[in-house]
Design a protein around this ligand. Structure first.
Ligand code: FPP
Length: 229
């Protein structure tokens, strides 16, 4: 969800104004995805590296997050959407963590779509923790190093219980992954748009999905192999 700061600057406003407007895009894209039958939507809301932003912006973002979760839990219930997070929840302020944990618990029985917020998340952080956890299992004798495979690594990441993304959308004209789902995006389709996140609406989501539908996902095979099933 990139471009909030630039969007605010274009209006001559503080960066947080852009984040506040970004919430409307979050609502619309979450609803739009649920309507289309998307089963998992992951939003990169706050990276490990974002902690290095000015304290004022970090605090404002955390406050916005608490307010939004509190306000939107009812909408999630109404739309049968389950909430979860990936990332280092322990780094979040107490009120933010408490609000999130309550919303996660309240929505845990919902099954139309899972909305996963990446918060205090970075893929390298996740991979480092997964490696430590696998190393501990090896050290205790529970796991033979020869048996370490892709599945064990995938399942040890914080995304372990979720399928890998089909489509990764990045807004605002940047062409980077920025430490997001490095392992999980191995065969995802990428879509980049110049639209800034606060302007990103259903029509932009539909455009991304139409573009995705034109792609041929070969997963390393030849085009002939894929079309012959
Ligand atoms: C990146 O734009 C955006 C963020 C770091 C924050 C995203 C947060 C929200 C949209 C609001 C709350 C979210 C939820 C899930 C309720 P940027 O600040 O890097 O923009 P710039 O690149 O133009 O400076």
């Amino acid at each position: 969800m990139d471009g909030n700061g630039r969007w605010a600057k274009q209006q001559g406003k503080y960066r947080i104004f852009g984040h506040q407007h970004g919430v409307q895009s979050v609502r619309e894209i979450t609803e739009g995805c649920a309507e289309l039958g998307v089963e998992y939507l992951t939003l990169y809301a706050f990276s490990t590296e974002n902690w290095n932003r000015p304290k004022l912006e970090v605090n404002a973002l955390m406050t916005l997050l608490v307010k939004t979760i509190r306000k939107e839990t009812k909408t999630l219930m109404k739309n049968n959407i389950r909430l979860d997070t990936i990332g280092d929840r322990d780094q979040l302020p107490d009120d933010c963590r408490a609000e999130l944990e309550e919303a996660i618990e309240t929505t845990s029985g919902n099954n139309r779509m899972t909305l996963i917020l990446a918060l205090s998340y970075s893929s390298k952080w996740d991979i480092v923790n997964a490696v430590k956890s696998i190393a501990r299992r090896v050290k205790s004798g529970e796991l033979d190093p020869e048996n370490i495979d892709e599945h064990i690594i995938s399942n040890t990441l914080t995304t372990g219980k979720y399928p890998h993304p089909d489509l990764m959308i990045r807004t605002s004209g940047e062409h980077r992954i920025s430490n997001f789902l490095l392992w999980e995006l191995a065969y995802s389709e990428f879509y980049f748009t110049n639209v800034l996140w606060p302007d990103f609406r259903r029509e932009h989501l539909y455009e991304a999905i139409r573009e995705y539908q034109k792609r041929e996902r070969r997963f390393g095979k030849t085009s002939e192999q894929v079309s012959n099933g």
